[in-house]
Design a protein around this ligand. Sequence first.
Ligand code: FES
Length: 79
Amino acid sequence: MSTASTTVNTPTIEVCHGPQCSDSGGRILAGELEALGLKVCAGDCRSQCAHAPLVLVDNYMISKATTDKVVERLKTLQA
Ligand code: FES
């Protein structure tokens, strides 16, 4: 007897914890995303410091990231 299996594709949300992104609110943003129940991981500097804070959702870069921008990206992936 076989059982149906489902694959849950949870996007990876990586918030840059480099110095420029942290100074620009990256760590606060990470906390806001976690407060929404999202799993967030800390990322290293991606040399995109001029666009801080930087967030990657499944390696899609979001410059000058905000909670709204990240949520919008997640909705796009779910559509
Ligand atoms: S510190 Fe975030 S991209 Fe450089």
